[in-house]
Design a protein around this ligand. Structure first.
Ligand SMILES: [Zn+2]
Length: 163
């Protein structure tokens, strides 16, 4: 398996975002250096950095030492705004959702899995979370299925993630 998609630390630490309270996962310093633009990258110190995944939150990274980097200070700030799902192969959430609805999602996911297997992905560098996107593919599949069944009739579960 490609190294880039395996977690470097066996127990991924999480920290609450100081701005929005979302659970933020730890990212490697290499990811932070590749993501943060100049001149903000001059203020990066070694240490533990965390990525806030909340789209509405302005904070991208924060460190336990009190450093904060905003999402607008990332090189790929516009990609985050677009809702990019796969940073390595430029697939947005909306694009994957529409292939799910069209029934052609399996082929697209297969493409990504094949590239990951071949080692052509670069999640650690391209993805601000530093993580492989395949978990997000699964999340989106589940979410789209739930939305779909809710639309048809009562869904299999009556919990709703958004209030
Ligand atoms: Zn946040």
């Amino acid at each position: 398996m490609a190294d880039c998609c395996s977690n470097s630390s066996p127990t991924p630490n999480a920290h609450d975002c100081p701005s929005c309270g979302a659970s933020a996962k730890r990212v490697g310093i290499k990811t932070v250096y590749h993501q943060v633009r100049f001149p903000e990258n001059q203020a990066i110190h070694s240490g533990d950095y965390y990525f806030c995944p909340a789209e509405a939150c302005t904070v991208a990274y924060f460190s336990t030492a009190g450093d904060t980097v905003l999402k607008q200070q990332l090189r790929i700030a516009s990609n985050i705004r677009e809702g990019l799902l796969c940073y390595c192969f430029d697939i947005t959430e909306a694009q994957y959702r529409s292939t799910l609805q069209a029934g052609s999602a399996a082929a697209l996911k297969h493409f990504v899995i094949e590239q990951v297997k071949a080692g052509y992905c670069a999640c650690e560098i391209t993805n601000p979370s530093g993580q492989c996107c395949l978990a997000k593919f699964k999340q989106l599949e589940k979410q789209t299925r739930q939305d779909f069944s809710r639309k048809l009739k009562w869904g299999p579960s009556d919990f709703s993630s958004e209030k």
